[in-house]
Design a protein around this ligand. Structure first.
Ligand code: ADE
Ligand code: ZN
Length: 335
């Protein structure tokens, strides 16, 4: 019999995804379907025309489109459908646990109640262990280009839903909006027993990473790639085992790096940082969780051991309870 030349199918490593904006998973197909369902007219005639708009110069040029497309998200069903679509894709990418960001102010400012967002997302996430084999958490992010008062109001409005929320986060346009602006709301979140994370050191300077650690008391830094400009900061992050949720394809598409081959990920691993790989806004940046693993393998020559370290780090950096974490690590070792 002729030898079978069919390549072995790619079996993605089991992993946790810790940096994923649910609104950034809105694929053009679903955007058009929801627009039709809700009678919203998009400023693009076709899905292809929309896809052609996915060419960004920087974070702000992406955020402009990201917020504009959210117009189609109106009802609980919309948020449930969005989360189901993500979970189905995440399953195919080996994601076993996902800690999912959402941006309440981007919806309440359009007249969509917070309960609609949380209930819709929860409907999908509650079924995720059984339907997709994925455990989940929800991270409520404050928009840093909105006021500190708006963040405080959002937190107070969210109190009835805090049992469904694992952590608070900080996202949107970074430069000019340092973490310290949100000192008070993060203190309230910590008092309420929530974990804290913040985007810092994506486009903004290493000083914002220091502030997120020292003023906000965060448990993880989202992105954080610019920490590599500050040796003392790297030493602090290593000493305190502070996880960094790095998003390589996002960094490429938003021109944080010019070429994936120049990405600091290998240097970050060599420095002993607890770095993880995530997809950020996969519908916009050309890849979900495992696509990011494949991209760094191909562009940076990361070997199997390095990829396993990244997958292992994702569980170590998660907010999972110790029993579930241990079970996932065992599954990874057996893979
Ligand atoms: N919101 C969605 N994606 C983001 C990113 N990469 N940085 C800051 N805010 C965001
Ligand atoms: Zn992000």
């Amino acid at each position: 019999m002729a030898p079978d030349s069919t390549p072995a199918p790619h079996r993605p490593l089991p992993k946790a995804e810790l940096h994923l904006h649910i609104e950034g998973t809105l694929e053009p197909e679903l955007a058009f379907a929801l627009a039709a369902r809700n009678g919203v007219t998009l400023p693009y005639a076709t899905e292809d025309e929309l896809r052609r708009a996915y060419s960004f110069n920087d974070l702000q040029s992406f955020l402009n489109l990201y917020y504009a497309l959210m117009e189609v998200l109106r009802t609980e069903d919309d948020f449930a459908d969005l989360a189901h679509a993500y979970l189905a894709r995440a399953k195919e990418q080996g994601v076993r646990h996902a800690e999912i960001f959402f941006d309440p102010q981007a919806h309440t400012s359009r007249g969509v109640p917070l309960g609609t967002v949380v209930n819709g997302l929860s409907r999908a996430l509650d079924t995720a262990p059984e339907t997709y084999g994925i455990t989940t958490g929800l991270i409520m992010c404050f928009l840093r280009d909105e006021s500190a008062d708006s963040a405080l109001e959002t937190f107070e409005a969210a109190r009835p839903y805090l049992d469904r929320i694992t952590a608070v986060g900080l996202d949107s346009a970074e430069v000019g909006h340092p973490p310290a602006k949100f000192r008070e709301v993060f203190a309230l979140a910590r008092e309420a027993g929530l974990k804290c994370v913040a985007h810092a050191g994506e486009e903004g300077p290493a000083a914002y990473v220091w502030e997120a650690l020292d003023v906000l008391g965060v448990d993880r830094i989202d992105h954080g790639v610019r920490c590599m400009e500050d040796g003392a900061l790297v030493a602090r992050l290593v000493a305190d085992r502070v996880p960094l949720t790095v998003c390589p394809l996002s960094n490429l598409r938003l021109r944080v790096v010019d070429d994936l081959a120049d990405h600091p990920l290998p240097a970050m691993l060599d420095a002993g940082l607890l770095v993880t790989v995530n997809s950020d806004d996969p519908a916009y940046f050309g890849g979900y969780a495992d696509d990011n693993f494949t991209a760094v393998r191909d562009a940076l020559g990361l070997d199997e051991a390095a990829l396993r370290t990244l997958a292992r780090n994702s569980f170590l950096a998660s907010f999972l309870d110790e029993g579930t974490r241990a079970a996932y690590l065992k599954e990874l070792d057996a893979h």
